[in-house]
Design a binder for this molecule. Structure first.
Ligand code: SF4
Length: 392
């Protein structure tokens, strides 16, 4: 069991991260941004500042379609108003602290600093058939999962919709401009699997989903099925999301099919048990028609037993067929840690057991393992380096 071990990334062996739903108040407000508002709100904001409301449409198209916030690129706007329009609705929200490349330049991980000095990460990954961005929705996280470096930081604050969408705009621009090896590529997929539990930041995340899916000038116009919201299992909010009329993909970080182990691995399981979570996930499928992804990180000798694969298959089959897709995730090998990968043989047996039981199963391609791939690791490492430099 993991509870008798110090959590991943803990500096004090006695550290016990605590589950918390409280969102600490932000220190100051992030500057208002076009992506915080719908098109009508943008027009109103311009009018309130004495600017022509109808320019909101052009400004939005520059932002979402041409992926720019630079006045110099907006030659169809009157020269005398360009700077003012951009200053009003397109302030700088993200400052690059670090960019790390991996997988031969097909993966880039960014560490961003926000207006109040808070830092978050995003990871851009190019695959054969798609280019995916993993975004952060919170700075830190209050869910306290013991295997996750972000969970040890606690929650600093929710990100604004603008701060989430700027991660996407910067990545889309980088990718379209040939910033990943293999030449220019269109950003096709966005997954909320970076720092934070997206459903705790519900209002801003739902607004961000609209900006991702709604066509220009409202948003980027991505396919809803190419957008994934990943949760550790906040059951009432899964149910609320299923009623939003946006058929985005839901991913559930399950990691254990039994409450005994999941209580220790995912502290929020103390509030909503495996059965309630899978019921809500199945109802999400029924309401949206979107097959649910069940994420299962295979951790050596902890959750990778064949009986757990059978139990998982039974739990899924008990609720119907074809509604869920299991993604076993191989962990990075970490010698000496309890959070290390299963052997290939054990992984193969786990996957075969699920497939033989008729459960669609795809082992997830892990990326960025040589650049601190797990959420929160880069932020923690850069902070440690900077502390070390200050004390020199
Ligand atoms: S795994 Fe996800 S939900 Fe759990 S602490 Fe980390 S960021 Fe939060």
């Amino acid at each position: 069991m993991p509870t008798d071990q110090p959590p991943e990334g803990a500096t004090d062996p006695a550290a016990v991260p605590r589950l918390s739903f409280a969102v600490p108040p932000a220190r100051g407000r992030a500057p208002r941004h076009l992506a915080d508002l719908d098109l009508a709100g943008r027009a109103q904001a311009l009018a309130a500042s004495g600017l022509p409301a109808y320019r909101a449409d052009q400004l939005s198209r520059h932002y979402f379609t041409r992926m720019t916030r630079s006045a110099a690129d907006m030659t169809d706007l009157p020269a005398g108003q360009r700077e003012q329009l951009c200053a009003e609705l397109l302030p700088e929200l993200l400052t690059e602290v670090r960019a790390l490349r991996a997988d031969g330049g097909r993966t880039v991980k960014h560490l961003w600093e926000l207006h109040d000095g808070v830092r978050v990460e995003s990871v851009l990954m190019r695959y054969k058939d798609r280019t995916t961005l993993c975004v952060s929705s919170q700075a830190g996280c209050g869910m306290a999962c013991p295997f996750c470096a972000t969970g040890q930081m606690g929650l600093t604050r929710n990100l604004t919709t603008g701060e989430i969408i700027e991660q996407v705009r910067r990545a889309a621009r980088l990718s379209a401009g040939g910033g990943l090896s293999g030449g220019p590529a269109r950003l096709s997929n966005v997954v909320f699997m970076g720092m934070g539990e997206p459903l705790v930041n519900y209002k801003n995340v739902v607004a961000a989903l609209h900006r991702l899916i709604d066509p220009a000038p409202e948003g980027f116009g991505l396919s809803a099925r190419a957008v994934t919201v990943s949760t550790v299992g906040l059951v009432p909010l899964i149910r609320r999301l299923s009623g939003e009329g946006m058929p985005v993909t839901l991913a559930v970080s399950l990691h254990a099919p039994d409450d005994e182990l999941r209580d220790a691995l995912i502290p929020v399981n103390s509030r909503w048990k495996v059965g309630e979570l899978l019921d809500a996930a199945h109802d999400y499928f029924t309401a949206t028609g979107r097959r649910v992804s069940i994420e299962y990180a295979l951790i050596k000798d902890m959750n990778d037993h064949p009986w757990r694969a059978r139990m998982l298959a039974d739990e899924l089959a008990a609720r119907g067929s074809g509604w869920a897709h299991v993604n076993p995730i191989p962990l990075n090998p970490t010698p000496g840690s309890i959070w290390t990968c299963s052997t290939q043989e054990v992984q193969d047996t786990f996957v075969d057991t699920l497939r033989r039981a008729g459960i669609t199963t795809t082992v997830r391609d892990t990326r960025g393992s040589d650049i601190d791939g797990a959420c929160g690791q880069l932020a923690t490492e850069v902070l440690d380096q900077e502390r070390a430099m200050r004390t020199r």
